[in-house]
Design a protein around this ligand. Structure first.
Ligand SMILES: Cc1cc2nc3c(=O)[nH]c(=O)nc-3n(C[C@H](O)[C@H](O)[C@H](O)COP(=O)(O)OP(=O)(O)OC[C@H]3O[C@@H](n4cnc5c(N)ncnc54)[C@H](O)[C@@H]3O)c2cc1C
Length: 407
């Protein structure tokens, strides 16, 4: 195999970037993975961390271990700027790193939509420290509510009925007994309000039966759902809507959609859209430079409306693993085609449900243990790419024992 020296720099080791790093390293490519965090977490389970799941349960992986296992370089640093002419990135540790091909995979953030008080008073669930902060505020709210005279319910307001908002509502509603103090005098109770600006619950999900199923599960868990309720202001202890409704809140979670990275708005060298996403061609190459690629939530191809999901990021990583190597060898990258494999949702004690898309339109609706297994399967697939077969099988065995213990 030809020795390649620091040819590829990947910035961002999330759902897409970490998989790409491992795939490229396994193919013999010398690469540097740069991430601002020391550890990798599978983001689609962040809401479980926020609701009290232990970090170990979430299969957090240290980037340095991953780099050692597969033979690439990891650097913990934040991207600050890109100089395409010099083929260099500038990092927040004052270093500059050269590249032959650069892949941007820095993910996205939740937009505040210009609503007053969001930045000051609400929690967003973008990174694992956010999940830790939310868990602290949630348990603190439960404790304060139980200590109040007379005892009252802890009040959580979640704004937005995308996957983040609905799954978080399900897990917070399910996990309250886990976080409740066992020696507390008063039973701790919880009131969760899920607030949506659109008249449609989960407006981003096309499949109406999935929306109905999610709504029923949340209602069964006691979550109150308010649609057609655009938030006008978030205060320290309340949320008010444009139509004058007021919700008292010990904790407010802002989960009103996803945009790309603030970096896309700051870095002049590359074209971006007004959602802070770098514009790419269908080959995932930047509109401006053939040697810069972008994948996942931080990118957008106007001709192909790929959703901001882990499923897309992972498929793009698999595609780019071949195409970046082809590019380095002087070939032309081919177009990425997204294969929609469906939708899986988990609501903790409220159960799981999903829609598995067949190749010929033969869709399959699943729920219960089957759906739960498929939901975990998504993560296991990710772990299988990152850690290999043995570690993944050990994880699967752990899942099976945990399921048997629950029966
Ligand atoms: C709570 C929650 C639930 C979700 N549920 C689902 C689901 O059920 N199904 C699904 O398909 N998707 C789900 N998603 C969306 C999914 O997680 C994202 O679409 C996916 O993670 C995007 O992958 P990515 O590789 O583009 O970026 P990310 O996975 O976000 O990774 C970005 C990486 O870039 C790093 N980074 C950011 N900025 C910098 C910088 N300046 N310098 C260096 N590094 C940087 C970050 O530390 C991170 O490691 C959910 C998301 C959340 C938050």
């Amino acid at each position: 195999m030809q020795e390649r020296d620091n040819e590829v720099v990947i910035v961002g080791g999330g759902a897409g970037g970490a998989e790409l790093a491992v795939r490229l390293a396994r193919a013999g490519c010398a690469l540097r993975l740069i991430d601002q965090a020391a550890t990798h977490v599978w983001k689609p389970r962040l809401h479980e961390l926020a609701a009290g799941a232990a970090r170990g349960e979430l299969g957090e992986i240290a980037y340095r271990d991953l780099a050692e296992q597969w033979g690439f370089v990891f650097e913990q640093a934040g991207l600050v700027d890109i100089d395409p002419a010099a083929k260099q990135v500038t990092l927040d540790n004052d270093s500059r790193r050269g590249y032959r091909a650069l892949v941007l995979a820095v993910g996205g953030v939740t937009p505040d939509l210009g609503v007053t008080g969001v930045r000051e008073h609400a929690v967003m669930l973008d990174r694992s420290p956010d999940a830790d902060a939310l868990y602290r505020r949630f348990t603190d709210a439960l404790d304060r509510a139980a200590a109040a005279e007379p005892a009252r319910a802890a009040r959580v307001v979640i704004v937005g009925t995308g996957l983040t908002g609905v799954e978080l509502a399900g897990y917070l509603a399910s996990h309250r007994h886990v976080v409740a103090k066992p020696d507390g005098d008063q039973p701790q109770t919880l009131a969760i309000h899920l607030v949506e600006a659109s008249d449609t619950f989960m407006p981003g999900i096309e499949d109406a039966p999935s929306r109905r199923g999610a709504r029923t599960r949340l209602a069964d868990l006691g979550v109150s759902i308010h649609t057609g309720c655009a938030v006008a202001e978030v205060g320290a202890d309340h949320v008010t809507s444009e139509n004058g409704e007021r919700f008292d809140a010990d904790v407010t979670v802002w989960a009103a959609g996803r945009i790309g990275s603030p970096l896309a708005a700051r870095i002049d060298a590359l074209a971006a859209n007004d959602r802070q996403q770098w514009l790419v061609r269908d080959t995932l190459q930047s509109r401006d430079h053939d040697d810069i690629f972008a994948l996942g939530d931080c990118s957008a191809c106007p001709e192909s409306d790929w959703p901001a999901t882990a499923q897309v990021a992972s498929q793009q990583a698999e595609h780019l693993a071949e195409q970046v190597m082809a590019y380095l060898d002087g070939g032309s990258p081919s177009a990425f085609v997204f294969r929609d494999k469906g939708l899986l949702m988990s609501f903790g004690d409220g159960g799981d449900l999903g829609l598995v898309r067949g190749p010929l339109g033969d869709d399959l609706r699943i729920h219960g243990q089957v759906s739960h297994a498929a939901y975990r399967g998504l993560e296991r697939q990710h772990q299988w790419v990152l850690l290999g077969t043995r570690t993944t099988l050990e994880g699967v065995a752990g899942d099976v024992f945990a399921a048997l213990r629950r029966r």
